[in-house]
Design a protein around this ligand. Structure first.
Ligand SMILES: [Zn+2]
Length: 326
């Protein structure tokens, strides 16, 4: 029971006691010292939010572009856009120098994710050119603009054991990211999620946030590409949605690592695993066990690192999980 409800219940009980025949009883409003103090209410785990309002941005005589957000996108976050019209065969867009692949929904419209890299410059002018191809093969373009605003990221001071100090190296870090960027760039057309949305790989409290600017061992600065979940080693890690395993190898920083393609440019990565239960090319369902929590790679102990990418850039996985999309 939350503390305020507990207090209200205590007050109600006090009033009932005064009003009833038990008013003569000894009433002690102080808590019983033999009982443990009330536990703090835990933070609720993130879940998919409700469908937000959509706003028409631009239209021609056959199709309309809508946004499910108020026109701006912060660094590191993902926003949802939609194209509505008759006889549309496919929709794609160019934005921030990348292709956004829209997926068809049951209602005949097409949805696309606008993802922003954490290092994307903050600018007001970022043209979004949406190409709509009709079933006749004829294309048309809807032009819009999405300003990028500054993201909110914390600073963290961390330390790892001296034996792992060689992993505080920009060349190692850059080459590992460059390898993974080859795998998160393609966009496939089997959608791995359904209306239930994404699920947390481990239903436990998230600790270290995405995008944090981290200083390791007092000197080495880097960005956090995902979220950490502090859990004991050996716990199962589950796929956040259905998809295809595209990478399962041991990396210097991420340790034993699995990357899953969920379709339409959405990927999830699972790091520092002690055991891997899937293999490359395997089709897996939401909740399938990917492996178990370990401590390999650049860690100071067992924990789980979960990261997500959209259209080739790492984005806030919790915000993506909370984003309503069909
Ligand atoms: Zn991490």
């Amino acid at each position: 029971m939350p503390p305020f409800l507990r207090r209200m219940a205590a007050v109600a009980m006090f009033v009932l006691c005064l009003a009833g025949p038990a008013a003569a009883q000894d009433i002690t409003p102080t808590p019983d010292p033999s009982l443990p103090p009330p536990a703090a209410t835990p933070e609720p785990l993130p879940t998919r939010g409700p469908r937000p309002r959509s706003f028409a941005v631009v239209n021609d005589d056959r199709a309309a572009l809508q946004f499910f957000f108020e026109g701006v996108t912060p660094q590191g976050q993902t926003r949802l856009a939609r194209v509505v019209g008759d006889d549309i065969r496919s929709v794609s867009a160019e934005w921030l120098g990348r292709t956004v692949n829209f997926w068809p929904a049951e209602d005949g419209s097409f949805y696309g994710l606008l993802a922003v890299d954490v290092e994307q410059p903050v600018t007001n002018t970022n043209p979004l050119a949406v190409t709509v191809t009709y079933s006749t093969g004829e294309p048309s373009t809807l032009d819009a603009n999405v300003p990028i605003v500054r993201g909110s990221f914390i600073n963290q001071i961390l330390s790892i054991p001296p034996a792992k100090g060689y992993l505080l190296d920009p060349v190692t870090e850059r080459s590992e990211l460059a390898l993974l960027e080859l795998f998160i760039a393609p966009s496939t057309t089997v959608r791995g999620w359904d209306e239930a949305g994404f699920s947390l790989p481990i239903p436990a409290a998230l600790t270290s946030p995405f995008g944090a600017i981290r200083t390791f061992n007092g000197a080495y600065r880097t960005r956090h590409t995902g979220w950490d979940i502090s859990v004991t080693g050996g716990l199962p890690v589950m796929a956040m949605a259905g998809g295809t395993v595209v990478f399962a190898e041991t990396l210097p920083i991420r340790g034993q690592y699995v990357l899953v393609d969920h379709g339409y440019g959405v990927f999830s990565g699972y790091a520092h695993l002690s055991e891997v239960d899937v293999e490359v090319g395997q089709r897996i369902a939401q909740g399938a066990v990917i492996g178990t929590v370990g401590s390999g790679g650049r860690t100071s102990g067992p924990h789980f690192h979960w990261e997500t990418a959209v259209d080739g850039v790492w984005v806030d996985s919790v915000q993506l999980l909370e984003l309503w999309m069909p």
